[in-house]
Design a protein around this ligand. Structure first.
Ligand code: PLP
Length: 403
């Protein structure tokens, strides 16, 4: 795909790709919750409805063929994005669905052991707690998973799986995932990476990371809602149970004689989210068109600019330590007792600034730190330094309220 015309950091060209910003001064700082959608993604979904509109993998007419082709081509795009084969990409509804598919598929018993980190979103905690025994690896002083502690935990109590986030949706700290996966493998455990926050920000190449499974959500990387993916190493697939049963997953069924498809089909019973997958494929094209390096440079610029500017605001602090590799995600806590939901509402109503307030589905991290949620600023490629300036101006206006 040809590179889009993006000349330097922060140029409004990128912003113009997002109809959400048309003819307004909106400031969207809630991308960790969901990313906005660029024109090519919206266009790909509309085109599907206009040109193909049919189900996939079922009928033989030209429209069904086109639908199937577009759907499978999105799987290929995602496979290239993840550095794996297309038959290792399972379409799901979202990151949560991917993790639940695996939690069910591993057939865990109450005695089985899974290791997570204190940073996990409820989606990478509750599925494991509902199935088996869960231990929590410690964090080091920089807010990253303590590798020595992880290793000793696995040595003393072998686990079936280490399931951790690639980057925290609260702190923004990118985790040392290659080392984590190496340690897991050396101790006989499988590894699952929750890449909900990193896909679309930094490379998520499963080969380089060395994970066995990787989960992501399409809507956080500019795709539509309701589509996600699970990378599942090919040689592990036969040992994973299906989560749901129905149409599209069998080669033959006659009474008790059932032969299931191999590969993703076995995990994708029922009509899939076809337009979602096609939109996600367009999102991958969009990211590739900008260039991963551009996205990372832009992130770094926003990240360091925010850190330099927030220091001038009184009565508000960044809640957690910042690690050496850090996404432009900042949980801010007022020093006073003001309700953060109220502050976020003022930011929205008075300044048209959208950010998250609360626990961001990560209650254990906040509660164990004695913090009752935060105002989370999370940025992506359509944000600019000007957005940060406006937020800083607004927080400066509200300084007395934050005390
Ligand atoms: C790190 C992380 N994991 C999982 C999820 C769940 O994503 P979804 O709600 O799209 O399934 C999120 C959503 O914020 C997240 O940030």
């Amino acid at each position: 795909m040809q590179a889009l015309n993006v000349k330097c950091i922060g140029l409004p060209d990128v912003r113009n790709n997002f109809p959400f910003f048309r003819d307004n001064q909106r400031i969207y700082l809630d991308s960790s919750s969901t990313a906005l959608k660029p024109e090519p993604v919206i266009g790909a979904i509309t085109d599907f409805y206009l040109q193909a509109g049919s189900n996939v993998g079922r009928s033989n007419h030209q429209y069904a063929q086109l639908s199937t082709q577009l759907f499978e081509s999105s799987r290929n795009k995602l496979a290239c994005f993840l550095g794996c084969s297309a038959d290792e990409v399972i379409f799901t509804a979202n990151c949560t669905d991917s993790i639940n598919l695996l939690a069910h598929g591993l057939a865990l018993g109450k005695g089985d052991h899974v290791v997570v980190s204190p940073l996990e979103h409820h989606s990478n905690l509750l599925p494991w707690l509902s199935k088996c025994r869960v231990s929590v690896a410690r964090l080091d002083l920089n807010g990253c998973i303590d590798l020595d502690h992880l290793d000793s935990l696995l040595a003393s109590d072998p686990a079936k799986l280490v399931a951790v986030c690639h980057a925290s949706n609260v702190t923004g700290n990118v985790q040392p995932v290659r080392q984590i996966c190496q340690i897991a493998r050396a101790r006989g455990a499988l590894s699952l990476l929750d890449a909900a926050q990193t896909a679309g920000h930094i490379p998520v190449s499963v080969g380089q990371i060395g994970c066995d499974f990787l989960a992501l959500s399409g809507h956080k990387m500019f795709g539509p809602s309701g589509i996600g993916a699970l990378y599942m190493r090919r040689d592990l697939q036969a040992s994973i149970q299906s989560y749901r049963y129905g149409g599209g997953m069998v080669n033959k069924v006659q009474h008790g004689d059932i032969s299931y498809q191999s590969g993703p089909g076995r995990f994708e019973a029922g009509t899939p989210n076809i337009e979602g997958a096609i939109g996600l494929g367009a999102a991958v094209d969009y990211i590739n068109g900008l260039g991963g390096q551009w996205v990372q440079d832009h992130d770094r610029d926003l990240e360091s600019y925010f850190r330099s500017q927030i220091q001038s605001v009184r009565n508000i602090e960044i809640a957690f330590p910042i690690a050496s590799q850090h996404l432009p995600i900042f949980p801010l806590v007022p020093v006073g007792k003001v309700d953060i939901g109220f502050v976020s509402r003022i930011l929205s109503d008075r300044y048209d600034i959208a950010l998250s307030s609360g626990y961001q589905c990560n209650q254990p991290l906040y509660r164990n730190s004695g913090i009752e949620g935060a105002l989370r600023v999370s940025m992506h490629l359509y944000n600019t330094r000007k957005d940060i300036d406006t937020l800083i101006m607004a927080l400066t206006d509200l300084q007395d309220l934050l005390a």
